[in-house]
Write a protein that binds this ligand. Structure first.
Ligand code: NAI
Length: 248
C-alpha cells in the first residue's frame, strides 16, 4: 500500500502501544513518520527502526508534550528533517486514577497538561503550516471515558472530553482551509496502559464488551490510517468509537 507516499506524519507518544501501531500503519501506507516520545529512547529507537524497515523515513524526538517550547522545537526539527507535516496524530496520554475524593489538584493538573494541553500544543505549533498549505489531517486520540465518564478517572475523563471539544473547534476553524480534525474514542485496548489496571476489574469489564473481546492497538491504527487517507476527505469534527460496541 502506497497511498500516503511523500506524506509526513507526526505521532505523539509513538514509541509504544497505540501510538506505535499507528506510526507503523502509516509507514505501511507509505508515509514518513516522526514520533515524539516522553522518555524511553530504546523503545523509540526500536519503533523508528521498524518504520524504516517498512521503507519509510523515521525520526524519533524526545519531547514532553505538556511543554509548549519543547513541542515547538520538536515540530521545527521534524519540519527540517522530513518536511512539512501532513498528518498529526495526538496520541500521547497518561492516567493517574483514583476517586476524586483522594485525587490531588496536582494529579488532576498533570493529566490535563499531558492529554489536553499536549494536543493543543502540537496543533498550535502546526496550525500556521496547515493553514498556509491548505491541507492536513489532525487525528486526536480521545477515549470512551471522555464521552461516558468513568469512576476513578475525573482527571482523565475531563481531559478526553476536552480533547473532543478541541477537536470540534479546530475542525470548524480549519475546515475553510481543507484541513480535517477528528477524534478517535477507543474503548479498552490491550496496551501497557491497561496492563496496569486491576486485572480482575479488567476481566469483568471485558465480559461486558458486545463484540466479546478487548481491542488491539491495530484496531485503532486501522481507523487512524483511514482518517489520514484520501478516502476520509469529507469527514471532519467526528468522534468515532473503536470499542467493540461498548458505547452505542
Ligand atoms: P501507553 O501508556 O502504552 O502509551 C502512551 C504513550 O504516550 C507513550 O508512548 C508515552 O511515551 C507517551 N507519553 C506519555 N506522556 C507523555 C508526555 N508528557 N510527552 C510525550 N509523550 C508522552 O498508552 P496507550 O494505551 O497506547 O494509549 C495511547 C492513547 O490512547 C492515550 O492517549 C490513551 O489515553 C488513549 N486510550 C487508550 C485506551 C486503552 O485502553 N489503552 C483507551 C482509550 C484511549
Amino acid at each position: 500500500m502506497t497511498s500516503m507516499n511523500n506524506k509526513v506524519a507526526l505521532v505523539t507518544g509513538g514509541s509504544r502501544g497505540i501510538g506505535r501501531a499507528i506510526a507503523l500503519k502509516l509507514a505501511e501506507h507509505g508515509a514518513d513518520v516522526a514520533i515524539l516520545y516522553a522518555g524511553n529512547a530504546d523503545a523509540a529507537d526500536a519503533t523508528a527502526r521498524d518504520i524504516e524497515a517498512l521503507g519509510a523515513k523515521a525520526l524519533a524526538v524526545q519531547c514532553d508534550v505538556s511543554d509548549y517550547e519543547q513541542v515547538a522545537a520538536a515540530v521545527a526539527r521534524v519540519r527540517e528533517t522530513l518536511g512539512p507535516v501532513d498528518v498529526l496524530v495526538n496520541n500521547a496520554g497518561i492516567t493517574k486514577d483514583k476517586l476524586a475524593l483522594r485525587m490531588s489538584p496536582e494529579e488532576f493538573d498533570r493529566v490535563l497538561a499531558v492529554n489536553l494541553n499536549g494536543a493543543f500544543h502540537t496543533i498550535r505549533a502546526l496550525y500556521a503550516d496547515f493553514m498556509k498549505r491548505r491541507s492536513g489531517r489532525i487525528i486526536n486520540i480521545a477515549s470512551i471515558a471522555g464521552v461516558m465518564g468513568n469512576a476513578g478517572q475525573a482527571n482523565y475523563a475531563a481531559s478526553k472530553a476536552g480533547v473532543i471539544g478541541l477537536t470540534k473547534t479546530i475542525a470548524r476553524e480549519l475546515a475553510p482551509r481543507g484541513v480535517t480534525c477528528n477524534a478517535i474514542a477507543p474503548g479498552f485496548i490491550e496496551t501497557d496502559m491497561t496492563a496496569s489496571m486491576n486485572q480482575a476489574a479488567f476481566e469483568a469489564m471485558a465480559k461486558t464488551i458486545p463484540l466479546g473481546r478487548v481491542g488491539q492497538a491495530e484496531d485503532v491504527a486501522n481507523l487512524a490510517a483511514f482518517l489520514a487517507g484520501d478516502g476520509a476527505s469529507y469527514i471532519t469534527g467526528a468522534v468515532i468509537h473503536v470499542d467493540g460496541g461498548l458505547y452505542m
